[in-house]
Design a protein around this ligand. Sequence first.
Ligand code: AMP
Ligand code: MG
Length: 327
Amino acid sequence: MIILGLEGTAHTISCGIVEMYRDKVKILSNKKKMITTKEGGLTPTQIGEHHAEHIKHITETALKESKTSVKDIDLISYSHGPGFGNGLNIVNIFAKTLSKKFSIPVIGVHHGAAHILIAKYLLNIRDAIYLYVSGGNTQIISLEKNTRFYVYGETEDIAIGNALDKLARSLGYGFPGGKIIEELAKKGSYFNMPYTVKGMDIALSGILTFAINSIGKHRKEDIAFSFQEHAFAMITETLERAMAYTNKKEVCVVGGVALNNRLQEMVRIMAEQRDAKYHRLDKEFLGDNGAMIAVAGYHYYKYGFKGDVFKAKIKSRWRIEDAFNLE
Ligand code: AMP
Ligand code: MG
């Protein structure tokens, strides 16, 4: 079956078209447009305006590149949440309008579930612990019996992506900040920062405040390096604890912060030391993208999905444990 996926929960508007046959993924196209800034962050208004301006063109380009026409599409999938209301509304209305106009079934999926499901299908993962690290999330998750996500640990306050973005902003850079911090860190050296692990959970606001207060006292390269070393070690420590607890032998990092080579390296070393299989997803599918929403749509369709998208309100907050229920 051919699925068209639409993403717009945050900074990126994207349309992906995938063909699924017996759980095998063929990516036909995956077009994205992301908002970036030279300094400062993003506002919800900016996000809504950006997505409204580009959604039609992105979808047309994705269809053209995939060499399919709307009539070939068997299912439309869109991110129903969580995320910024302004962006969610645009994608929601566009997906349902397409569905009505061309009489194609439509499914609303959970954005975090989609980050995980594209890794699962593309890499043929059977039973992994997933580390989901993005602008709004830092969670350690597994998928049980294809129908239930379990969260073993998470951040108690801010997400790692958000922390990296705030640190970059305080250093005078724009969005996305994680990439800038990674570049700075390459020339940095180590100094001590707070390290807060609480069982399977972590807290990042203490180390973030400390890092911001270090500006002017330490080189920015050293701040970036030390922040990464501490924060990523905290995350990897809790990830290892979840692997030991569940006895799972596969691990995969997903979400925008998974683009970071140092975080991937720490997780790979931890996996090797535990004789676990380390999966690395291609970077095209790590940041927000429409193809992941399309693959998630296939999974939802296959395993049953509760809820009527035409009745459900957008969910700007939506826990991944409830991902398969729109009611
Ligand atoms: P997502 O919401 O999943 O698209 O992830 C976006 C987040 O990924 C933002 O907070 C970015 O700063 C972060 N990010 C992007 N590239 C990198 C990188 N190379 N290292 C760390 N974080 C990154
Ligand atoms: Mg994301």
